[in-house]
Design a protein around this ligand. Structure first.
Ligand code: FAD
Length: 344
């Protein structure tokens, strides 16, 4: 007999939003044997614009955060397991060429080289002349980077949820037994239940191009990045404009990205295929927003993954599932309790 669409009284959790946060949390809860419904508004999410880069070493100072190696290991296992289960390919470990923007960055990198826990993240292989075009300060090959094809993953998960009758495009009725988990990305700022959380949304744009000549497989990062998605196509990004509040495409951003790629790959030509904009759900303290509403425990939030959703969401989806299923503690750095005084 075909599985029935869940009736409200059959639902343990209603998830609002079907970006990476809502989808991966739903996947974890289903795997934990919970009954879920997902409400999607069908609108484009930041997750579908994102390049899905996973770069363990971040910023001008080449920082490797304490939990990053563990998060990286979990993300790799998590995405690989989904690939096997759903019969897709969406997770691509790829070396990353980091070109220094200035002398200061080079000095930071050289200091990191002296710290043994950084060693597994840097190749000792020197960059070739071709890789060093327009890089007067030099660069390094970073290891353990990857990229996630978010569109392939989200499409496959949507099919998986449909096959389990877990998606509705209608506003669902909930009962007192159902916990509603809000995974609305930057649109949480319009949600009266959680608009008190200090979100710092950051507009960003990327372009998708076709290249005339064959591209090397590595990701290249300078002030911006180039991510080859096939031998002749690539994504180039991303801009960062915190003052633009809705995901609109800007002509000057497109031109800036095109001129970045032309200066990086002088001997190649690029034709624009598409241009997209999205809003990163970034937060004041750069930590996620996870947990229950202080005055209404039927409502919870799973959001605030900023520019690092591909790395952070698997980690926190697993931990929050443990909270929802076994009442384990939410990690303090992510628990919205830290902002409880703002909720009036
Ligand atoms: C230009 C750009 C580049 C990026 N590059 C990277 C990158 O390289 N690596 C990386 O890790 N991250 C990157 N990010 C960040 C990444 O996109 C986010 O961390 C992540 O996708 C956030 O996922 P989310 O599910 O929280 O939000 P979203 O993906 O925005 O999903 C939220 C969903 O909820 C829906 N929704 C909202 N309100 C309602 C409602 N009331 N009812 C039903 N549905 C609702 C929305 O329409 C949306 O579909 C980038 C972001 C941008 C904009």
């Amino acid at each position: 007999m075909a599985e029935q669409k869940p009736k409200n009284q059959d639902i343990d959790f209603t998830i609002i939003g079907q970006g990476l946060a809502g989808s991966l949390l739903a996947y974890c809860l289903l795997n934990a044997g919970k009954r879920i419904a997902i409400i999607s508004d069908g609108k484009q999410s930041a997750s579908r614009v994102a390049a899905g880069l996973i770069n363990p070493i971040t910023g001008q100072r080449f920082v490797l955060a304490e939990k990053t190696p563990a998060m990286l290991k979990l993300a790799s296992e998590f995405y690989t397991a989904i690939e096997t289960k759903l019969g897709i390919r969406c997770y691509f470990p790829t070396p990353l060429i980091r070109l220094f923007n200035n002398e200061k960055e080079k000095v930071f990198y050289e200091k990191r080289l002296l710290q043994p826990h950084y060693t597994p993240f840097f190749s000792t292989k020197p960059l070739s002349e071709q890789q060093l075009v327009n890089a007067p300060f030099g660069g390094v090959i970073q290891l353990q980077a990857a990229w996630l094809d978010t569109n392939t993953l989200l499409d496959a998960l949507a099919d998986y949820f449909i096959s389990h009758d877990r998606i509705t495009h209608l506003p669902a009725q909930t009962n007192s037994q159902t916990t509603t988990i809000h995974c609305e990305g930057y649109k949480i700022k319009y949600n009266p239940l959680f608009s008190w959380l200090p979100l710092q949304p950051a507009h960003g744009e990327i372009i998708h191009c076709e290249s005339k000549s064959k591209l090397a497989p590595e990701i290249t990062v300078k002030s911006k990045w180039l991510l080859p998605t096939s031998q002749n196509t690539c994504r180039i990004g991303a801009t960062f404009e915190p003052h633009i509040s809705e995901p609109t495409q800007q002509e000057q951003s497109k031109n800036a990205l095109l001129s970045f790629v032309s200066s990086l790959k002088k001997d190649n030509e690029f034709n624009l295929l598409s241009h997209q904009a999205g809003i990163r759900p970034a937060t004041l303290d750069k930590q996620p927003f996870i947990g229950f509403h202080p005055h209404d425990s039927n409502h919870a939030v799973f959001n605030g993954f900023g520019s690092r959703g591909s790395l952070l969401i698997p980690w926190y989806a697993k931990l929050f599932t443990e909270t929802l299923v076994n009442q384990s503690k939410i990690p303090a750095e992510a628990d919205i309790q830290r902002y409880e005084s703002l909720c009036v």
